[in-house]
Design a protein. Structure first.
Length: 140
């Protein structure tokens, strides 16, 4: 698995529920933000992906909620890729408070969709390696 890339996020008041906790759906937004931030840091834009005829797809996402997050909490959201054989890959993410407390763990299975054939491409890591100016961020 690649070394985790991370981005800082501050929990905003409008993202909380009636109990003052970060709304459960927002954890997915934070995870997505970290993934796109990693792509951008590696030199891959959304337009760049589409121009090559592929786009990332989420096939499965699991969230383990471990500690509450409240408005004003500052967190780091990590993102590390695990490559296997075939058409899919895993993304491991952690949302950690600045005091080190893990608030959530997110695991996702993804792939790269051929936008014309509407099928997953083989060996997505090769596409990332070719497109990225810094493939090391993906552990490649």
């Amino acid at each position: 698995m690649s070394e985790p890339f991370s981005v800082p996020v501050t929990v905003r008041g409008y993202e909380t529920d009636v109990q003052g906790h970060l709304n459960q759906a927002v954890y997915l937004n934070y995870a997505e933000h970290a993934r796109w931030s990693l792509l951008q840091a590696a030199g891959i834009s959304q337009a760049g992906l589409v121009a090559t005829g592929v786009g990332p797809v989420a096939l499965e996402t699991t969230i383990r909620y471990l500690r509450e997050l409240l408005a004003g909490d500052e967190v780091e959201v990590t993102c590390g890729f695990e490559w296997g054989e075939g058409k899919t890959f895993r993304i491991h993410q952690t949302i950690r408070k600045t005091d080190g407390t893990v608030a959530a763990e997110i695991t996702a299975v993804g792939g790269l969709l051929d936008l014309k054939a509407r099928r997953l491409v083989d060996k997505p890591q090769e596409h990332f390696r070719t497109l990225a100016s810094d493939p090391s961020l993906f552990g490649l």
